[in-house]
Structure formats: structure tokens, C-alpha cells
Design a protein around this ligand. Structure first.
Ligand SMILES: [Zn+2]
Length: 374
């Protein structure tokens, strides 16, 4: 499975100038290629290369960066075309434009990592910048060392220089699971397992609430310092959520591995529909945070050889995990589950997690029966 590791670069002033100039040149080149594509109606990577490669070289781009610029443009048109076809955007009326600091992909020939030293060497318009320092956590460094593969994107965002590296974990042999650990994702409890372990979201929700209040107060003043403060808080909140997600996913995967179980998760696409919230709560539902938790669990599970199944989340919160009876009235409030048919009572999130666990077991059995038949 693929995932990304994002690290922050700490370039010297000279290196920073070279990086800025590199992005500027690559994106000027991308805009040129984009206009050529638009005017000549040539959008395929290979064909575009025939039309533009020479010109990019004469602008001062080396062979690899020039090819990446062309591919970036071709990919952007492919994406738009797919979106138009899917009906989620209008057709273009002018060539795609690239911001002067838009992300630029670098492959292994243009970027090499010295992970123990926490430095990279990267191609720039001012020659190769060597020993550019980066910062990352130890787990990120281990993931990079073990799984980094292919391209990384150089990004300049909010004044920060970032490298976003693609990692690919090969599928390990998954241990045939002895049952499934069901995980219910929510707001009050970020994650609840069918064993009854609840990872409470109080602290995270409190941070979000405070930031929301601050945002409301500061939005009136549109000063630079207010904007800076908000940006700072938003980043701190994201970092905090990330840490929380790491801790929770680690605990869940460790528990599943210890008990030789697989992990059953709700199909994340369904979460937004399932969680119907009144307005004040809706803001606390950051779908990216759920998606991230799901990714962390999947990634750590893959690494540990723990099976993961995704189940259809419909009625997991209204259905009785003992008798299967489905009724809205089974759940009189946020925390309580009490079956109107058989009388089974449990914390609502634990009941949902039990439903998820049993659906996981069924889903696994069905997909493996198909494997055996094939
Ligand atoms: Zn029941």
C-alpha cells in the first residue's frame, strides 16, 4: 500500500533562494507547456514532449526536471478531463495555470536522501544543493528508509519548505485472522473497539473548540498578526490530531496482533453520511482526521501482517449486536444502546463496534470463499 511522509526542509538562505528560483522556473515552464498543449490540442505526455522539450532545455531546465514538468502538465489535464467526465467540474475555458510556487515532483536522480544525517541533496537551477537539512520524527525516518520509492514533491506552503515523499509498503503475508477486532469511529469517542476500549476525544475536541472560538473573534480583525496566529493554531491542531491518531492506531493494531485478530473498519466513504450532527458538533467533524486515522491503522496493520477488512457502515449504530434487531429507538441518546426487542444494553459505541467486528468476519469469509473458488 502507498502512503506519504511529509518532512520539513531547513535550507540555508542561499539554498532557499535556489529552491525558490527552481520552483519559479519549473512553474514558468509548466505554464508554457500548458499553453502549448491548449493551443495545439496535444495533451499526452509523450506527444507534448516532442512539442516542448527543446524549449524547456533552452530555458535552463535539465533533462529530468523538464520531463517532470511535462508530465505534471499532462497529468493535470488528465485529471481535469476525468473530473469533467464524472460531472464534478465544468470544462476548461483557458489553459490550466500553475502558481509560481506550485509543487514540483523530483525523482531519485534529482533528489537523494541521506536519512541518517537528516539531509537531502536536490537539483536546483543553481546546481545541486547538497546537505539541505530536513526534520522528521524517528518513525518517519524509519518509514522513509524502508519504504521510500519513486518521486517526492517539493512544496512551498505558508512560508515552509516541505518534501512529500511517496512510500510503498509491500503487502506482507497476512496472518489468517482468528476473529476480528471491530473499530467504531466517532466524535465523542474517536475510536471504540468491541472489547470496550474507548479512545475519548475530549482533549482533541477541546482544542478544536478553543480554536473555533478564537477564529470567530479574530475573523473580524483582518490584521496580519491575527491571520498568523490563526495559521499557527491550525497547524498546531493538525499536529496534535496527528499525534492522537498515531497513538490510537498503534494501540489498536498492537491489540489485534497480540490476539491474532484482523481489524474491521467502517468504509470511510460512509462516515459523513452516518454521522448526522447538530450544527455545533458538525464543525468538530474533520473528515480528514478520520481518513488519517483509517490510513494509520491500515498502514500499521499492513506492516504487522494484520488483516484489515472494510465493512458497509449502514445501521451499525442502530442494529442490536446480540439479536440483529434494527430500530432507531434502540439508541435513545448518544451514549446508550438498549435493544427494544431483546433488551440487550451496552454503550452505544461498543455495540456499534461489535456489529462492525461481526460484519468484518462475514466479509472476510465471503471474500476468501471467492478466493478458494477461483
Ligand atoms: Zn437485541
Amino acid at each position: 500500500m502507498k502512503f506519504v511522509v511529509q518532512v520539513r526542509l531547513f535550507p540555508t538562505p542561499a539554498q532557499e533562494a535556489a529552491l525558490a528560483d527552481t520552483l519559479r522556473l519549473c512553474n514558468a515552464a509548466a505554464n508554457l507547456v500548458s499553453r502549448t498543449a491548449w493551443e495545439t490540442k496535444v495533451f499526452r505526455n509523450y506527444d507534448l514532449r516532442l512539442h516542448t522539450y527543446g524549449e524547456l532545455k533552452s530555458m535552463g531546465l535539465s533533462a529530468q526536471p523538464a520531463q517532470h514538468v511535462i508530465k505534471k502538465v499532462a497529468d493535470a489535464y488528465t485529471t481535469v478531463k476525468a473530473q469533467v467526465k464524472a460531472g464534478i467540474r465544468q470544462p476548461l475555458e483557458k489553459p490550466i495555470g500553475f502558481r509560481k510556487d506550485a509543487a514540483q515532483p523530483f525523482d531519485d536522480r534529482c533528489l537523494s536522501w541521506q536519512i541518517p544525517d537528516r539531509t537531502v541533496s536536490i537539483w536546483t537551477t543553481d546546481g545541486r544543493a547538497k546537505g539541505v537539512r530536513f526534520g522528521c520524527s524517528d518513525p518517519q525516518a524509519r518509514a522513509l528508509a524502508a519504504y521510500h520509492k519513486g518521486e517526492s514533491d517539493l512544496v512551498h506552503r505558508d512560508g515552509l519548505w516541505l518534501l512529500i515523499a511517496t512510500c510503498d509498503v509491500p503487502d506482507t503475508d497476512v496472518t489468517d485472522p482468528d476473529g476480528f477486532l471491530g473499530v467504531d469511529l466517532g466524535i465523542a469517542n474517536i475510536a471504540t473497539t468491541d472489547d470496550g476500549t474507548r479512545h475519548a476525544g475530549n482533549a482533541l475536541n477541546a482544542v478544536r473548540h478553543r480554536n473555533r472560538e478564537l477564529r470567530r473573534r479574530l475573523q473580524a480583525k483582518r490584521t496580519k498578526s491575527a491571520k498568523r496566529l490563526l495559521k499557527h493554531r491550525r497547524r498546531a491542531e493538525a499536529r496534535y490530531a496527528r499525534d492522537v491518531n498515531h497513538v490510537i492506531s498503534k494501540s489498536i493494531v498492537t491489540e489485534a496482533a497480540r490476539t491474532s485478530r484482523g481489524i474491521a473498519l467502517e468504509d470511510l466513504g460512509g462516515i459523513r453520511e452516518r454521522v448526522r450532527l447538530r450544527k455545533p458538533q458538525r464543525v468538530t467533524l474533520h473528515s480528514w482526521a478520520f481518513a488519517q486515522l483509517g490510513q494509520f491503522i491500515a498502514y500499521k496493520a499492513t506492516r504487522a501482517g494484520v488483516a484489515v477488512v472494510y465493512i458497509d457502515p449502514r445501521y451499525t449504530s442502530q442494529g442490536c449486536s446480540t439479536c440483529g434487531h434494527i430500530d432507531k429507538k434502540n439508541r435513545p441518546d448518544q451514549e446508550t444502546f438498549c435493544c427494544t426487542s431483546c433488551g440487550f444494553a451496552e454503550h452505544a459505541d461498543v455495540n456499534a463496534a461489535r456489529n462492525i467486528a461481526s460484519r468484518g468476519a462475514v466479509g472476510w469469509a465471503v471474500s476468501h470463499a471467492a478466493d478458494d473458488a477461483a
